[in-house]
Design a protein around this ligand. Structure first.
Ligand code: UD1
Length: 427
């Protein structure tokens, strides 16, 4: 099996570029179903989650061609199926994003019921309740969700219990051809939602208010294919900036909108990290000690749950104690348990983590609990004493393109190596 091996203690510095946002690219790919024809997406990250979404689209009858590393040409004129199999939904829950576009195009969709995942149960009840308000009927049968809109999709007012990213996206996409107007109240405000609405409007949809808590979608006729560039990945950017803050030397991260990391950058400053913001780039470095700062994750513009592990890694080495509160996903502290193996002092109480800063970490064999937790373990290895070996790196490959080469280009002593699999029965 392959692991990432990190030698601690070598400073990182220099410049690194980020790719297009995973969480945007996946939904934009699903949205191409709404505009029969050839849509070109640029700045698409070359990561395994994008490959899975490509398979989902192919399975529905689309043609997906890769032009160069970061460009996808998706021809959805031949989409003639509305069924997404469990083997793909199981690999990536975001494949449920095809439900809204399939309902809008065909008035029906069959999507395997997603199970839980490492970071929590990840229910889709809000997607279902919202779509029911638009006239969609649901039946769950043999593990599949059968959705159909026998009388078509009709605009309605939907108030979400929680500003769910996935539910907001599915409701927007389901509503583009609806009779009348759909109003989503307490909608998610993430930059990836704005990117989706922008592309749909370029295709001819009528969506107002994306980026605010109230989104209004007025149904229109056919959409037409477009060429669209995926927004830069704020979480990949935040991960490299956190690493700069941890190691100390300046790192400039390019290719994203700094405003998309607003609160993260303010919290980093409170921790004693210097942040210099430029046009589509941020430089981070640190001279003094890391200071403890309380964090609570919330939907955008709150502190992103996808930056919680990387930030906890910084706080684990701060001079003092602070509290990290996870409000979005129930199981997102598994990273903390792995970090304990490296000598951190973190006490978990429900959805709070009390982080007592320690003077240093020691390299160890650790396992990626999930995508962001895996990246944060590699980050911890950069400053740990000795060698850290991070396994289960398929999690990291889901969302970070060229993670190891990018770190190497910044001077990190890190590599992917083959090691015997401890679960191999011959060992
Ligand atoms: C998306 C992102 C993920 C990010 C998350 C929150 C993608 C592919 N993933 O995930 O990286 O961490 O937003 O910013 O874009 N919930 C329900 N019922 C529902 C829907 C959600 O209870 O119907 C709960 C979830 O279990 C979770 C919380 O709401 O606890 C937030 O989920 P949501 O915002 O929907 O996240 P995702 O769209 O799954």
């Amino acid at each position: 099996m392959e692991v990432i091996r990190v030698e601690g203690g070598s400073p990182i510095s220099g410049e690194v570029g980020v790719e297009g946002a995973k969480n945007s690219a996946l939904k934009l790919m699903a949205a191409t179903i709404l505009a029969p024809g050839v849509t070109t997406l640029k700045n698409v990250p070359n990561i395994s989650d994008v490959h899975v979404m490509g398979k989902v689209l192919k399975c529905l009858g689309a043609r997906v061609d890769v032009l160069g590393v970061h460009e996808l040409r998706i021809d959805t004129s031949g989409v003639d199926s509305w069924e997404t199999p469990y083997r793909l939904v199981e690999q990536m829950r975001a494949s449920t994003a095809v439900m809204g576009p399939l309902l809008a195009r065909f008035g029906k969709a069959v999507v395997a019921m997603p199970g839980g995942c490492n970071i929590g149960a990840r229910k889709i009840d809000m997607h279902i309740l919202g779509l029911e308000a638009l006239g969609v009927k649901f039946k769950i049968d043999h593990g599949d969700i059968h959705a159909s809109a026998p009388d078509g999709i009709t605009g309605a007012n939907v108030t979400l219990d929680f500003a769910s990213v996935g539910a907001t996206e599915n409701l927007i996409m389901a509503s583009v051809h609806a009779k009348g107007t759909t109003v989503i109240d307490n909608a998610a405000r993430e930059p990836e939602i704005v990117d989706l609405a922008n592309m749909l409007n370029e295709m001819g949809a009528n969506i107002k208010g994306a980026g605010s808590p109230v989104i209004e979608i007025t149904g229109v006729g056919e959409l037409h294919p477009v060429t669209h560039t995926v927004v830069g990945d704020r979480i990949e950017a935040g991960t490299f900036l956190a690493m700069a803050g941890l190691c100390g030397e300046p790192v400039t991260v390019k290719g994203f909108e700094p405003l998309h990391l607003g609160l993260v950058l303010r919290k980093f400053e409170q921790m004693g990290i210097t942040i210099e913001t430029g046009f589509r780039q941020v430089t981070a470095y640190r001279n003094g000690p890391l200071k403890p700062v309380d964090i609570q994750t919330l939907p955008f513009p709150g502190f992103p749950t996808d930056m919680q592990s990387q930030t906890m890694c910084l706080l684990a080495l701060a001079k003092g104690t602070c509290i990290v509160t996870e409000n979005v996903f129930e199981n997102r502290f598994m990273f903390a348990s792995e970090l304990q193996r490296m000598g951190s002092n973190i006490v978990i109480k429900g959805h709070h983590a009390v982080v007592h800063g320690v003077d240093g970490l020691s390299g160890a064999e650790v396992k990626s609990p999930d995508l962001r937790g895996g990246a944060a373990l590699v980050m911890a290895g950069l400053v740990a004493d000795g060698i850290t070996t991070v396994s289960a790196i398929h999690h990291i490959d889901r969302g970070y393109e060229n993670f190891v080469p990018k770190l190497q280009s910044l001077g990190a002593k890190v590599e992917r190596v083959e090691v015997p699999d401890p679960e191999d029965p011959d060992l």
